[in-house]
Design a protein around this ligand. Structure first.
Ligand code: HSE
Length: 434
């Protein structure tokens, strides 16, 4: 292959939405600002002959991404395959082992194996850049890793999965069930055929594990992230939460408390004036609290061809400019380990959804169990459902110990009038997340 004099030679593995978008972006705009020109010289994907709206005939082809990563003609290996293990991991390791740089959008790989890969990167000098792994086109990785390097990050909260946010927004707008909206989203290509990574909260979990790592100076540890998805959020939850003044969002959150970290993904009720409550559709957003800068808010397109390709291109330009940084902002041996908080001592406000047989005394029995556990009700709403065998009752609590709520909920769940297990979600007011 012939390349321009002094060019940084790029191999792109994975030609889906982002890979195709990257080829188009680089062909249209070139590499701006780099000291050395950037030139895609080879590509790899599962299927060479698949119909694409980008011409790949000008690039050398590799059937196997690991073979592409091993090619000494490639200076930067762009990994857009995805998946925490398998070919993506092997290819990234092979590229790093020979000192090549890696640009990746693979949050699962870095959240689960980031510490080992960072160690390898430091050993060989091969850089790893991953702006596209979190927030797509929303520039949050470099903002935290570089622009906030002089601050102490105390908390990060984000809406980091566009698929879930689209599903919740669409349920609210159309009044359709989760299953209906998901089926439509899959038909339109907005949701994956296997939506588990997105709707199960894992994608957002990988992303917040990475933001927590760069924000708190800790090695990423996905195992320490408590993950809950949106599969059990019902239209009733969305409607009744709305009547109580809240919107439901899948919130990824990382907080530092008492020298430990609390990292989780879960659907939460956000007060209408909470900074994340109005982030709708496939958008992503993140709110970062850092001392002494204060609170910063980022909003942008978290997925899609152009936005995510632009994040990959920015990392390529950094490499062309000679930017060299530790993967997670600090040398691997200076990163602390994640010390997860003991969640048994969690305090907060909670939402409780019950589906009960409609008969006298049920609300009295529920409030009795809560009262005896020391949990005070803030508001309560029963949805009249004429003719139905069971009716929803939802309530929010005042601030209470999670253990107290859990013991009351166990007793409530055992009441004869319950027709399904009670459901609990955290409630967040405008300022309560820090
Ligand atoms: N599937 C993700 C989302 C984008 O729905 O936001 C890539 O992480």
């Amino acid at each position: 292959m012939s390349t321009r004099e002094g060019a940084l030679r790029i191999g792109v593995a994975g030609l889906g939405t982002v890979g195709g978008g990257l080829l188009k972006l680089l062909a249209a705009r070139g590499a701006r600002g780099g000291e050395r020109p950037l030139e895609v010289v080879a590509v790899s994907a599962r299927n060479r002959s698949r119909k694409r709206d980008v011409d790949i005939s000008r690039y050398a082809w590799a059937d196997d991404p690991v073979q592409l990563a091993a090619d000494p003609n490639i200076d930067i290996f762009v990994e857009l395959i995805g998946g925490s293990d398998g070919p993506a991991k092997r290819a990234v390791e092979v590229a790093l082992q020979r000192g090549a740089h890696v640009v990746t959008a693979n949050k699962a790989l870095l959240a689960e194996h980031g510490a080992d890969l960072a160690r390898l990167s430091e050993k060989t000098g091969g850089q790893i850049a991953f702006e596209a792994a979190v927030g797509g086109g929303m520039p949050i990785v470099k903002a935290i890793k570089e622009s906030l390097a002089g601050c102490d990050v105390g908390a990060i909260a984000g809406v980091l999965n566009g698929t879930c946010n689209y599903l919740l927004t669409e349920m609210e707008a159309s009044g359709r069930s989760f299953a209906d909206v998901l089926a439509d989203a899959q038909r339109l290509g907005y949701a994956e055929a296997d939506p588990t990574m997105d709707v199960g909260g894992f994608d957002a979990g990988h992303k917040i594990a990475l933001l927590a790592a760069i924000g708190f100076g800790a090695a990423p540890d996905f195992q320490a992230v408590e993950v809950e998805g949106v599969e059990n959020v019902t239209l009733t939850d969305i409607r009744l939460a709305g009547k109580l003044g809240y919107r439901i969002k899948l919130v990824a959150k990382a907080e530092r408390r008492d020298g430990r970290v609390d990292v989780s993904v879960a659907p939460r009720l956000l007060a209408f004036d909470h900074p994340l409550a109005r982030i709708d559709g496939p958008l992503n957003a993140a709110v970062v609290d850092a001392d002494p800068v204060g609170r910063l808010t980022f909003v942008g397109r978290g997925a899609g061809e152009g936005p995510t390709a632009s994040a990959v291109a920015a990392d390529l330009i950094d490499l062309a400019l000679g930017v060299r940084r530790p993967v997670f902002g600090r040398p691997i041996d200076t990163l602390s380990s994640f010390e997860p908080i003991d969640r048994a001592h969690e305090h907060g406000r909670y939402y409780l959804r019950l589906l009960v047989k409609d008969r006298p005394g049920v609300i009295a029995a529920v409030s009795d169990r809560l009262g005896r556990a020391g949990v005070s009700i803030e508001s309560i709403l029963q949805q009249p459902t004429p003719g139905a065998d069971a009716v929803p009752i939802v309530l929010t609590t005042q601030s209470c110990a999670r253990t107290a709520l859990d013991s009351a909920v166990a007793e409530i769940g055992a009441l004869d009038a319950m027709t399904e297990p009670p459901r609990v979600m955290r409630v967040e007011d405008k300022g309560s997340w820090v």
